[in-house]
Design a protein around this ligand. Structure first.
Ligand code: C5P
Length: 246
């Protein structure tokens, strides 16, 4: 099974499915985020599942525990395998998300009509600090200073793992310290991947696929390095080659 998750950052499902067709068997795991899900919603996720693809639904839930639990159940009935929640939503919210994920996995499929056969168990991933936040914005948001963002990421990751989440999303530059801190169990999923010599785009904290895997990442989320390449299949094949050699 591949460790590469391709980010479908498109405004319209047609573009997303065109890329899925182009990559064919080269990619088996796709991330659907807020832009695409808000436009194309459940039918797109179901279409990806029909095509035999694994789905990471990156909707970063952050609400009261009962609402998040309901959203987790809905997402897992769609066949999403990874789901994100904000660690800042608190321990009770994350516990509710994890419990809801387990309840769907264990439950007999009563509503089989809207549950794809062989739906995979859903895994809850926590997002700690958004990497778009500067230190000053974190301080303004939390209402205290000074704040060390690295320390906040570690603190929120501890809170998330303590609440039972299955994994944490982190920048590739934090993977090594989080792996040391959290041990071998939690999944570490990292965006910010660029090919050696490739364009950084708007990402500041980047690593190559080999560096991220060596640092201890389980899955790499890759967007523009593949989707923006002149030949996406070739770019992805190159990534697979470097990973096989890692
Ligand atoms: O195109 P690129 O490879 O930068 O895309 C990475 C994907 O991961 C995008 O969907 C982006 O929203 C997401 N992401 C990120 N950095 C984070 C969290 C999510 O780039 N800290």
């Amino acid at each position: 099974m591949s460790r590469v998750i391709i980010a479908l950052d498109y405004p319209h499902p047609t573009q997303a499915l065109e890329l899925v067709d182009r990559l064919g068997d080269g990619a088996d795991f796709y991330k659907v985020g807020l832009e695409l899900f808000t436009r194309a919603g459940a039918p797109l996720v179901e279409e990806l599942r029909r095509r035999g693809k694994r789905v990471f639904l990156d909707l970063k839930f952050h609400d009261i525990p009962a609402t998040v639990a309901g959203a987790v159940r809905s997402a897992s009935r769609l066949g999403a395998e990874f789901l994100t929640v904000h660690a800042a939503g608190g321990r009770a919210m994350m516990e509710a998300a994890v419990e809801a994920a387990g309840s769907v996995a264990d439950a007999p499929v009563a509503d089989a009509a809207d549950t794809p056969a062989h739906a995979p168990p859903v895994r809850i991933l926590a997002v700690t600090l958004l990497t778009s936040l500067s230190r000053e914005e974190v301080e303004r948001t939390l209402g205290r200073a000074p704040v060390d963002p690295t320390h906040e990421v570690a603190r929120l990751a501890d809170l998330a793992v303590g609440a039972g989440v299955h994994g944490v999303v982190s920048s590739p530059l934090e993977v090594e310290s989080l792996r040391r801190r959290l041990g071998s169990d939690p999944l570490l999923v990292t965006p910010g991947i660029r090919l050696a010599g490739g364009e950084a785009h708007d990402q500041a904290r980047i690593a190559t696929p080999e560096q991220a895997i060596r640092a201890g990442a389980d899955y790499l989320v890759i967007g523009r390095a593949v989707t923006g390449a002149p030949d996406p299949s070739r770019a992805l094949a190159e990534i697979h080659r470097t990973l096989e050699a890692t």
